[in-house]
Design a protein around this ligand. Structure first.
Ligand code: ZN
Length: 1026
């Protein structure tokens, strides 16, 4: 649970809020109106109201308060959304790289005064209907957020969170388990060698095995060398063993204090109750201190700096000879200046985002590198923001050229500025983002205000987005060179800039291992026999504590009877447009229209299947009709909220060997732009451009790089996909579309000198896929807009009618399933069935350049509608919480691990960033023995049910209502019977399914591991090595 806010995933982070007007719960007086009645100066439960502000754009009322006795700050956003959120945020500013804030974040969740049981945080996952629970360590703050739709649950979780943060036990044993410890490799054998262990220690080793992450860390440390940003808040693996338990407790006392805290609540529950509970259970027990945690401004350099770092070579790099990264980072202004921050983030988008931006043209298109560097664009997660620009996947010899291009591009921008239409497109994007309704609005808001508020910026000011956009427009009117002047000031004339290069070093991993060994020897060196004996005994104590059955009865819990017995029905109606079936779903979409089309793959020749993911990723990016790819990108931004295409493998709900295969087109737009959106789709159907090889090469390279980079984040997903490959026909196709096979295929393609064969393939795929004959559509819009959308859709179908062609399916075994179960003769989905499919066992090992493993074992069980499916879902959850978590994470030191039941009928075990390999496979098997032995209680079953239901009942945004049914054919009625089967699961049915499906001899399973060189597996002939 460590999030570097400067994460590579948050490229382009200028606005991450999503509007949500949805009233999940109708009230006579809405929450936001009621909150307007608070008066500045009013005293409520130890707090004083400071400011009350209506924010109509985001449909909320903001109430700012301070706590009288401690000075704690509080922001409440009242909004008619039942997905209520709480978060408490502490300013944590470490001055060394021991990872003290990160280890503290882990250990406070290991038990507290009122809730002394081990790991109350993980236990609450099973005692609540939370829609989100987590904890984050950023560079300069630590945040503890949760959300839930249930009022009682909110109180329960609030109580546990407050106690964890302000009154944690911080036992020495928690520190060893979560932080670091010396322990015998085999804790039961005092003669086995001593090694470092600990959850954070392993987590950070895993994190730094990701080169993008490593580079981002170096940039931050070196651009802000004078205070807290010069250290690694998550922990530098080799510095972690310098942290002591005493230092951890001291850091808690000074940083986790109300005087250093910011509380945020969101939603439709009344503010008074929150304040009362927070006052009574936490704040009243503290006096004010001066936490002294401010971050000073970074002194500006008088001349630019350059530096160089190394990393491990990437075996999956699209071009092994091009593995360098180079990027120039500029220190910008203080993020608490809200308008300047908005201006710079907009400016950043204009500079780097999309094929029309100057840096895309000057750096990406000449194909000097494979993509922008992982750190790119505006970053407002530090007290003073930064902007970075550069490339990854480039050759060392191009270093000077890239530097030259960057400075030349900046000069060009100062000279030429930006086209007006691009600025309009960007502001249109903000309008869409504010209107689009997400289900985690509270959480987006909490993260959106976190950084600025952390440095005493005004969070309410940040929420007034429209005001700031208006101010931005005015600034542009008053001074046409407004943006160019900013570029001149912040880039050309800025001497606080860092040029950082990174190159691979063949010996990197070996050097790391040596450094770790050296550190280990330092720690072991002075140990006496009695020290060693003590280490051994402590190891045994920890093992015993981890193995003890735990009493969680001190924790509050919802009951199974608190769960709604029935689901709300989502009404949809079926119609047609030009003979194509269309599902309409009326939703409060706040003026947006969402369009989807599912196109079947059944007629596509087998040899083209590997190309489908590439087809999807390039289709909307190469130009269409009269538009070249630049103009197309411009129109997409100006007229839509985006157009995307993705592969779909949809398992049948009744048969394991039956599935639907296709691609899904998706787009959204403001109601006024509906004709434009359909025009863009028509152009794609009628005349997509696939003939620009240069453009295709750029896209192939970027896709290959993105896939290769993603493995160290989602290795467990790749392991699971691979393990399921030979178990069902759908599993096989999943691997083709999104598994290691696809990663390797794209890498090969990126290395091909000539893409003309690929260019000939894409139009062939298009003929099969963009064919109205095997298509169905879905529209979600406001009731007022449905009939207009239907008329436009009818026109669209006329426009693309020439693409309609009846084609024979490649395979003969096609099953038709009616879209409306009550109308057997109506329109249908065409599923592929392979009744003679022979599942087979296979163990595959992928050797990867990571120091940790990702492991999965998948077992073929039953499909969704089968009687036993519900029991397997509950069993997976219960095994995770009651057995696997303890074995794989607590004892094994992996970052995570567990079991899950998939819709395709595969029961999957997995581990994430795991120092072990075969030991984890035996933990999976022992988990099955544990389940078969029936050594669990009714309480355990009820907890697993709550946890499964919190996922089943997770809120669905208006854009996505009815879509599950549209894609998979699983109706509300089918969901309701599944719900009833979930309620009915009992002890007997759990033992029964564990024996019947998971027991050795009963199962057909696949295993896959991604990990470092492994001698045991190499010697074992039952493994296939890749
Ligand atoms: Zn963590």
């Amino acid at each position: 649970m460590f999030r570097q806010t400067r994460a590579v995933l948050q490229k382009l982070r200028y606005v991450r809020f999503n509007g949500q007007q949805q009233t999940w719960r109708q009230r006579s007086t809405s929450a936001k109106e009621k909150a307007l009645q608070y008066q500045p100066g009013q005293k409520i439960h130890g707090f004083t109201v400071r400011e009350v502000v209506a924010v109509p754009d985001l449909f909320l009322t903001a109430v700012k308060l301070t706590h009288d006795k401690t000075g704690a700050q509080y922001l409440h956003a009242a909004r008619d959304d039942s997905n209520n959120l709480f978060s408490v945020q502490l300013r944590t500013t470490p001055m060394d790289s021991t990872g003290v804030p990160h280890i503290l974040e882990h250990t406070v969740l290991c038990g507290s005064e009122k809730y002394p049981c081990r790991d109350p945080f993980f236990k609450m996952l099973n005692r609540s209907l939370s829609t989100f629970m987590n904890a984050f360590t950023a560079s300069d703050y630590t945040m503890y957020p949760f959300s839930t739709q249930n009022g009682k649950d909110f109180q329960n979780l609030l109580s546990v969170y407050l106690d964890a943060v302000f009154f944690p036990c911080l036992r020495e044993q928690d520190f060893w388990q979560e932080g670091w410890r010396l322990e015998n490799e085999d804790p039961t054998n005092p003669d086995s060698p001593l090694v470092f262990k600990g959850v954070v220690f392993n987590e950070m080793k895993g994190a730094f095995s990701d080169n993008e992450r490593l580079y981002a860390q170096h940039v931050q440390n070196k651009l802000y060398p004078d205070h807290t940003y010069s250290v690694v808040s998550g922990g530098e693996p080799l510095a972690i063993p310098d942290l002591t338990w005493e230092e951890l407790k001291r850091f808690h006392a000074t940083h986790y204090h109300p005087s250093n805290a910011r509380f945020f609540t969101y939603g439709d529950l009344p503010l008074e109750n929150h304040l009362k509970q927070i006052q009574e259970e936490a704040l009243s027990k503290f006096d004010r201190i001066d936490p002294n945690t401010e971050v000073p401004s970074q002194p500006h350099w008088t001349s630019p700096r350059e530096d160089h770092v190394t990393c491990s070579p990437d075996a999956l790099a699209p071009d092994p000879a091009k593995q360098n990264t180079l990027c120039v980072s500029y220190l910008l202004g203080d993020i608490t200046d809200t308008f300047e921050g908005l201006t710079l983030s907009l400016l950043s988008s204009l500079m780097i985002s999309g094929p029309n931006s100057p840096f895309y043209k000057s750096l990406i298109e000449p194909k000097i590198g494979s993509d922008f560097s992982s750190v790119v664009g505006y970053d407002g997660s530090t007290k003073e923001a930064s902007f970075s620009i550069g490339l990854q996947g480039m050759a060392e010899k191009d270093t000077e050229r890239v530097k030259q291009i960057i400075s030349q591009t900046i000069d060009d921008i100062i000279e030429n500025g930006f086209e007006e239409e691009r600025i309009e497109a960007l502001l249109h994007k903000i309008e869409i983002q504010m209107k689009h309704q997400s289900t985690n609005f509270g959480l987006s808001l909490a993260s959106y205000v976190a950084s600025s508020w952390n440095h005493d910026g005004d969070p309410v000011e940040l929420l007034r987005i429209s005001d700031n956009v208006t101010k931005f427009r005015r600034a542009l009117e008053e001074n046409p060179r407004f943006l160019q002047d900013k570029v001149k000031h912040y880039f050309r004339e800025n001497t606080h800039r860092l040029t950082l290069s990174m190159s691979p070093d063949e010996a990197y991993l070996e050097k790391q291992a040596q450094a770790e060994e050296k550190k280990l020897q330092e720690k072991i060196h002075g140990l006496s026999d009695s020290d060693r004996k003590e280490i051994y005994e402590k190891g045994l104590e920890l093992l015993a504590a981890q193995s003890k059955t735990q009493d969680a009865s001190c924790l509050p819990a919802l009951k199974v009877s608190d769960i709604e017995p029935t689901i709300p029905i989502t009404p949809v109606h079926l119609s047609t447009a030009g003979d194509v079936p269309v599902q309409y779903c009326e939703q409060p979409t706040n003026g947006l229209v969402y369009f989807r089309a599912m196109c079947s793959l059944n007629t596509l020749p087998e040899d083209l299947r590997l190309y489908v993911p590439l087809f999807c990723s390039v289709l909307t990016k190469m130009g269409c009709g009269n538009l070249d790819y630049r103009q197309q990108a411009q129109q997409l931004e100006l007229r839509t909220g985006g157009m995307s295409v993705s592969t779909q493998v949809i398992p049948d709900s009744t048969q394991l060997d039956t599935f639907e295969q296709g691609i899904l087109l998706f787009s959204s737009c403001l109601e006024r732009n509906l004709p434009h959106m359909f025009q863009l789709w028509s152009d794609l159907f009628n005349s997509p451009h696939f003939d620009n090889e240069e453009r295709l090469r750029v896209l192939v390279m970027m896709s290959a790089q993105e896939l290769a980079n993603g493995i160290s984040y989602s290795g467990h997903m790749y392991a699971m996909t691979r393990a399921g490959r030979h178990l069902t026909p759908a599993g096989d196709l999943q691997e083709t579309f999104g598994g290691m096979d696809q990663v390797k295929f794209l890498k090969r393609m990126a290395e091909m000198p000539d893409l003309s064969q690929v260019m000939r393939t894409l139009p062939r795929i298009k003929k099969h896929l963009l064919n109205p004959d095997n298509m169905r559509c879905a529209v979600n819009a406001t009731p007022q807009k449905i009939s207009d959308t239907a008329a436009q859709l009818e026109n669209f179908m006329k426009d693309v009618a020439a693409n309609r062609k009846e084609r024979k399916s490649i395979r003969t075994n096609i099953i038709r399933k009616p879209l409306d179960p009550l109308n057997e003769s109506g329109p249908s989905r065409k599923l592929l069935t392979e009744p003679h499919f022979q599942p087979c066992q296979m163990k595959t090992f992928f050797q990867m350049p990571f120091p940790v493993n990702f492991i999965s074992e998948c077992i073929r069980t039953v499909p969704f509608s089968h009687q036993d499916y519900a029991s397997l879902c509950i069993l997976a959850r219960m095994m995770t919480a009651k057995y696997l978590h303890g074995e794989i994470r607590e004892k094994g030191g992996a970052y995570g691990g567990g079991a899950r039941m998939g819709g395709g009928g595969l029961f999957s075990f997995y581990s994430y960033r795991d120092p072990n390999s075969t030991q984890t496979l035996s933990a999976f098997r022992k988990g099955v023995d544990w389940a078969k032995s029936g050594q669990f209680t009714q309480q355990d079953i009820d907890e697993a049910k709550l946890s499964v239901f919190s996922a089943v009942d997770a809120p669905v945004a208006p854009a996505n209502k009815g879509i599950g049914c549209f894609l998979s054919g699983i109706t509300d009625e089918m969901k309701q019977s599944y719900r009833e089967r979930l309620f009915a699961v009992d002890h007997k049915s759990l033992v029964d399914v564990a024996e019947r499906y998971l027991g050795v001899g009963q199962r057909t399973c696949g295993v896959a591991i991604l990990g470092p060189e492994n001698d045991a597996i190499k010697k074992d002939p039952s493994w296939v090595l890749k």
